[in-house]
Design a protein around this ligand. Structure first.
Ligand code: XMP
Length: 510
C-alpha cells in the first residue's frame, strides 16, 4: 500500500486515484500522522502531497520528522517537495518568478523517477516557492528555465522531490513518473484489481455478518445500489432493503431501481411511499439548510418506522450504508482546514438505531464503485447516472417546494437528460440537471400571453468536486433542449443555461 500524506491539496485524492489506477492500493492520511502509526501500516512508499501553505510561513504544516528515518521511499510533490528539502537541511525561498501552469522541464538524470522518458517534458506547476539549496546527499534531476531545482533525488535512500504535479493530466508523463516511483523505488506489488476487490468484499461481508440479518437503505443512487448488490451476493435474503420514496427523486427512479432489484432476486425489498409526508413538512420552508435538516429527519423517521413495523420480526444486527472513500475522508477532514459551505452529509442514522455498521464501499472511489458494479453485472444505465444529492429535487427548486414546482422540475430534468442521452452527450458530463427558478416571466405561446416559471440548466465537469467548469454543450443541442422543455413541460416559458464555474458558484442551487 502507498500512503498519501495530505497537506491540504485539492489534488490529494487525485494522487491516490492515480496510484490505484496503476494497480496499487493507496490511502490518504493526515499530514501529521505519527511515524509510528505509519510504520504499523507497513506502506511500500509515502507520497507527500501539495498544499496551499508556504514552508516559509510560521506554523505551516510539517510531517513527523521521524518518517525520514523509517527507510520507506518518499516522493514529495510541490509543497511536499519543499517540506522534504527544508526538513532535511536544504533551503527554500520565494521564487523570483512564480510558476503556474504548463512548463517545459529538462531532465538532467533519466534514472529513478524519469526512467524511460525523453529529455524534454511538459509538466504542470502551481506554487510560488522554490528549493534554492538541496539537502546533502541529494542531486538535482530536472530544471525549468526559472526553477533550477524542479526535481531532486537521493536515490540511495529513495527520496524524491518534484516541484510540479504528476497527478494532473496536464503533466503528460505523470503516470509514468508515478509508475517508476511505485514499482522501481517502492517495489510495490500490483494487488488492486476491481474483480478481485469485489470478490474480497463479498468474502469480508460473509465473515463479518455470519448468519445475522442486515438492513440497507436504498437511496435510488449508485452507491447504495452497488452496496446492496454486494451484500445480497454475500448473504442473500438475510438482506432487507428499505427504499424510502421521498417524492424528491428523479423521474422514474423509484420504479427503475426497485424494478431492477426485484427482478434480480431481492426478496426483501420494502418500498415506503413517504412523498406526502416530505412535501407537507417542506411547506413554507425556503432556507436551504432548513430544507436539508427537515429532509434528513423525515428520512430517518420513515426508515425507523419501517424497521419498527415491517422488519420487526427479523433479528437485524447490521445497518449497511453506501459510504464511499471520499465521504469518509471529507468528514474526517484529513487536511484539518475546510470551511463549511453546505452540510452535505445529512444522515446520522447509525447511533440512533443501535445497529453495527457495515460499509462495504468504504475504501472505494466513485469510479471504482461503478467498475465494481459492472463486474457484478449491474447495467450501465443505472451505474453511470450522474451524482444526485440526498435532499434531491428539493435543493434544485429554489425557494419553497410545492407539488406543482416538483412536477415541473422533475419533468424538465427528465427532458434535459433524455436529450443529452439522445445526443450522446450525457456520459461526457460529470453532472447535469434542471433547476426551477421561482421567478415568473412573460412569454407568448400560440397567440396567448403566458406568465410562467423559468428553468435553469446546469451541466458541469469536475475532477474532485471541489471545483468545476461548465460543460460546453453545443449550441444546436442547447436550442433543441430549450424548445423541448418549453414545449413538453407545462408551466415553463423560459430556459437559461448556467455558465458559472465553481467556485464562485456551487454546483447545486442551494
Ligand atoms: P455543491 O453544490 O456543493 O455540490 O457544489 C457538490 C456535490 O455535492 C452534492 N451535494 C449534496 N449531496 N447532500 C448530498 O448528499 C447534500 O445536501 C448535497 N449538497 C450538494 C452535489 O450534488 C454535488 O455532487
Amino acid at each position: 500500500m502507498i500512503l498519501v500524506l495530505n497537506f491540504g491539496s485539492q489534488f490529494a485524492h487525485l494522487i491516490a486515484r492515480r496510484v490505484r489506477d496503476l494497480g496499487v492500493k493507496a490511502e490518504i492520511v493526515p499530514f501529521d500522522t505519527p511515524a509510528q502509526e505509519i510504520a504499523k501500516l507497513k506502506p511500500a512508499g509515502l507520497i507527500l502531497s501539495g498544499g496551499p501553505a508556504s514552508v516559509l510561513e510560521k506554523g505551516s504544516p510539517r510531517p513527523d520528522k521521524e518518517i525520514f528515518t523509517l527507510g520507506i521511499p518518499i516522493l514529495g510533490i510541490c509543497y511536499g517537495h519543499q517540506v522534504l528539502a527544508q526538513m532535511l537541511g536544504g533551503k527554500v525561498e520565494k521564487g523570483r518568478t512564480r510558476e503556474f501552469g504548463k512548463e517545459a522541464l529538462l531532465l538532467g538524470d533519466k534514472r529513478g523517477l524519469f526512467s524511460g522518458l525523453s529529455r524534454r517534458q511538459i509538466v504542470w506547476f502551481s506554487h510560488g516557492d522554490q528549493v534554492i539549496t538541496l539537502p546533502s546527499g541529494f542531486q538535482r534531476t530536472a530544471a525549468t528555465a526559472s526553477c533550477p531545482n524542479a526535481a531532486f533525488a537521493d536515490r540511495k535512500r529513495s527520496l524524491f522531490g518534484i516541484q510540479f504535479h504528476p497527478e494532473v493530466t496536464h503533466t503528460a508523463n505523470g503516470p509514468r513518473m508515478l509508475k517508476n516511483f511505485l514499482f522501481a523505488a517502492c517495489k510495490a506489488k500490483k494487488n488492486w484489481r476491481i474483480a478481485s476487490v469485489a470478490k474480497d468484499i463479498v468474502g469480508q461481508i460473509k465473515r463479518e455478518v455470519g448468519d445475522q440479518h442486515v438492513v440497507v437503505g436504498i437511496s435510488g443512487g449508485v452507491d447504495s445500489l452497488v452496496a446492496a448488490t454486494l451484500i445480497h451476493r454475500a448473504i442473500g435474503n438475510r438482506l432487507h432493503a428499505v427504499f424510502v420514496d421521498t417524492g424528491l427523486l428523479r423521474q422514474g427512479e423509484v420504479a427503475q431501481v426497485s424494478g431492477y432489484l426485484r427482478r434480480h432476486g431481492f426478496k426483501k425489498l420494502h418500498v415506503v411511499d413517504a412523498s406526502r409526508a416530505f412535501l407537507s413538512r417542506l411547506k413554507g420552508v425556503i432556507d436551504p439548510e432548513q430544507k436539508r435538516k427537515i429532509i434528513g429527519h423525515a428520512f430517518i423517521g420513515a426508515f425507523e418506522k419501517a424497521i419498527r413495523t415491517e422488519l420487526r420480526r427479523y433479528p437485524i444486527a447490521y445497518l449497511a450504508q453506501g459510504t464511499i472513500y471520499p465521504d469518509r475522508i471529507e468528514s474526517a477532514s484529513t487536511s484539518g482546514v475546510a470551511a463549511k459551505i453546505k452540510s452535505h452529509h445529512n444522515l446520522a442514522l447509525p447511533e440512533k438505531l443501535g445497529f453495527q455498521i457495515l460499509e462495504p464501499l468504504k475504501d472505494l472511489y466513485k469510479d471504482e464503485v461503478r467498475r465494481v458494479g459492472l463486474s457484478l453485472g449491474l447495467p450501465r444505465e443505472l451505474l453511470f447516472r450522474h451524482p444526485f444529492p440526498g435532499p434531491g429535487l428539493a435543493i434544485r427548486i429554489v425557494g419553497e417546494v410545492t407539488a406543482k414546482r416538483l412536477r415541473i422540475a422533475r419533468e424538465a430534468d427528465a427532458v434535459f437528460l433524455a436529450e443529452l442521452h439522445a445526443a450522446r452527450e450525457y456520459e461526457k458530463i460529470w453532472m447535469a440537471f434542471a433547476a426551477l427558478l421561482p421567478v415568473k416571466t412573460t412569454g407568448v405561446m400560440g397567440d396567448a400571453r403566458t406568465y410562467e416559471y423559468a428553468i435553469a440548466l446546469r451541466a458541469v465537469d469536475s475532477v474532485d468536486t471541489m471545483s468545476a467548469d461548465w460543460h460546453k454543450i453545443p449550441a444546436p443541442l442547447l436550442e433543441r433542449i430549450s424548445s423541448a422543455i418549453v414545449n413538453k413541460v407545462r408551466g415553463v416559458n423560459r430556459v437559461f443555461y448556467d455558465i458559472t464555474q465553481k467556485p464562485p458558484a456551487t454546483m447545486e442551487y442551494e
